[in-house]
Design a protein around this ligand. Structure first.
Ligand SMILES: *Cc1c(COP(=O)(O)O)cnc(C)c1O
Length: 406
C-alpha cells in the first residue's frame, strides 16, 4: 500500500469534490489498491493455502465482489452476512461459517445454502449440524474449533482469556465422532490472537497450534485434512511504514506444512485483507483549549468509528488543508457524542488546524462502518464511497436521523 502522501496525490481532487457534495463524514475505499493487494496475495500463495475473507471486517458489496473475483472465499458469522455474501454472487462452495452463536435454525439455513463447511464451536452445534444434515439428506463438512490455553499477549479475540469461541481440547476429546455419521469432520480451527505485526510471533503461535491440533486429531481419530489458523495478521495502526509482506507469511506456512506433515492450510483474513484500502474522513467542527489541553471536536467519532474507544488504539490521522503549518502541536481529537469515551486519539497535527478542516484517518478499511454505534445522539450516518478504475461511486449515501428514527 502506498504511503499517505501518495494516496493524497492520487485522490486529493476527488476527495475535495466528495466533501463538497456530501458535506458530512464518510468512508473512502481505494479498490484499485485493494485489488493490487489481493492479487499479490493470490500470486504469492502456496497451492495448499486457501484464503477466506472474514466478512465481519467489511461487508460492503463492492468489496465482496472484488474478493469474489480474485478467488478468495468468504467466512460468514451471521445470517445477515450469509445473505449479503450470497447476494454479492459468492458461490456456496466459497463460503464457510464461523462464530459461537449458531442456532439450529441458522445451521439449517447454512445447509440449505450448501455452504462449503461449518466451523463447529459447541456440542449443541455438532448435534444440530448432524440433525439438520440428516433431515436435508446431506453430509455436512465441518471443522472443530479449539480454544487453547497459553499466554501470548492481549487480543480482541480473547488471547488466553476464557471466551465463547470453540471448546477446549479436553471437551473435544470426549466426543465420539462415530455418533455423528452425517457430519464429515475435515479438520480443526484455532484463532485466538489478532492484529500481530511480527511474523516470528505468528510463526510461534501457529507452530504450537499445529502440535496441539495434531495431538487432538489423533486422540479423536479425526481427519486433519485442513487446519484453519484463522486471521490475526496485523496492519500498521501505529507506524505506517511497518507492514507484513504476505510472501513472508506464505514462507512460514510452507515451512510449517513440511514440519508437521499438513495437507491444507486455511486462513480467514479480515484486517490484513481490507484494512489498508480504507479511510475515514470527518470535518473539524470546533477547536478550543481546555485546562491547558488542545482539543478538536469532529463531526463524527465513535458513532462512525468505534475501534479507538473499544481497543484504546487510534487510527493514523492526517489533515486535509491547503496551507498546513510546518509546526505541529499535540491535539486531543474528540467525536460529537456526549460521552468521554468518544475520542479518536491524540495526534501531532499542524498547529493551524481549525474548524472547517477535514481529518483523514487511514487504515480504516476494516472494523469501521459496521463496528460503530451509529444511532447514539442521532447524527448522520457516514456515507461509503469507492474509487475503482477511475470511477467514484457512492454505494451508500448519507443517511440522516429521519431515515431511521420513529
Ligand atoms: C474476526 C475473525 C477473523 C479475522 O480476523 P483478523 O484479525 O481481522 O484477520 C478470522 N476468523 C474468525 C473466526 C474471526 O472471527
Amino acid at each position: 500500500m502506498p504511503e499517505f502522501t501518495q494516496f493524497l496525490a492520487k485522490h486529493k481532487e476527488d476527495l475535495q469534490k466528495i466533501i463538497k457534495r456530501l458535506d458530512s463524514s464518510f468512508y473512502f475505499y481505494d479498490l484499485d489498491e485493494l485489488e493490487k493487494h489481493l492479487t499479490y496475495m493470490r500470486d504469492h500463495k502456496d497451492d495448499d493455502v486457501k484464503l477466506w475473507f472474514a466478512c465481519k471486517a467489511n461487508p460492503l458489496s463492492s468489496i465482496l465482489k472484488l474478493i469474489r473475483n480474485l478467488g478468495l472465499g468468504v467466512d460468514v458469522a451471521s445470517l445477515g452476512e450469509l445473505e449479503q455474501v450470497v447476494s454479492a454472487g459468492v458461490k456456496s462452495e466459497d463460503i464457510i461459517s464461523t462464530g459461537p452463536s449458531k442456532s439450529r435454525k441458522y445451521i439449517r439455513s447454512l445447509l440449505k445454502n450448501e455452504i462449503n463447511s461449518v466451523v463447529v464451536e459447541s456440542l449443541y452445534q455438532l448435534e444440530w449440524l448432524e440433525e439438520q444434515a440428516r433431515e436435508e439428506g446431506v453430509k455436512a463438512k465441518a471443522l472443530l474449533r479449539v480454544q487453547l490455553p497459553w499466554d501470548e499477549g492481549k487480543s480482541v479475540l480473547g488471547g488466553n482469556e476464557i471466551t465463547a469461541f470453540g471448546m477446549d481440547k479436553a471437551a473435544w476429546e470426549k466426543v465420539n465422532l462415530k455418533h455423528y455419521p452425517n457430519v464429515e469432520v475435515i479438520g480443526f480451527h484455532v484463532f485466538q490472537w489478532g492484529n500481530i505485526l511480527e511474523v516470528s510471533q505468528l510463526e510461534k503461535i501457529w507452530d504450537k497450534t499445529c502440535l496441539e491440533v495434531k495431538d487432538l486429531a489423533q486422540k479423536m481419530e479425526a481427519s486433519l485434512e485442513v487446519i484453519d489458523l484463522g486471521g490475526g495478521l496485523g496492519i500498521p495502526y501505529q507506524n505506517e511504514s511497518k507492514t507484513i509482506d504476505f510472501k513472508d507469511i506464505n514462507d512460514v506456512l510452507v515451512k510449517l506444512k513440511a514440519k508437521h506433515g499438513l495437507n491444507k492450510i486455511w486462513m480467514e483474513l479480515g484486517r490484513f485483507a481490507v484494512g489498508e484500502c480504507g479511510y475515514y474522513l470527518s470535518q473539524v467542527i470546533d477547536r478550543k483549549t481546555v485546562r491547558g489541553r488542545e482539543i478538536l471536536v469532529l463531526d463524527g467519532g465513535t458513532n462512525h468509528l468505534a475501534r479507538p474507544a473499544l481497543t484504546g488504539q487510534a487510527f493514523p490521522c492526517h489533515v486535509l488543508k491547503e496551507d498546513p503549518s510546518t509546526e505541529t502541536k499535540e491535539f486531543h481529537v474528540h467525536g460529537p457524542l456526549c460521552t468521554a469515551i468518544d475520542k479518536l486519539g491524540v495526534f501531532k497535527l499542524p498547529e493551524n488546524v481549525d474548524y472547517g478542516d477535514w481529518l483523514i484517518f487511514s487504515q480504516a478499511g476494516a472494523y469501521g462502518f459496521t463496528e460503530a454505534m451509529p444511532f447514539f445522539l442521532c447524527h448522520n450516518l457516514p456515507a461509503e464511497v469507492v474509487s475503482y478504475k477511475g470511477d467514484i461511486m457512492t454505494p451508500r449515501g448519507i443517511k440522516t436521523s429521519s431515515d431511521w428514527l420513529v
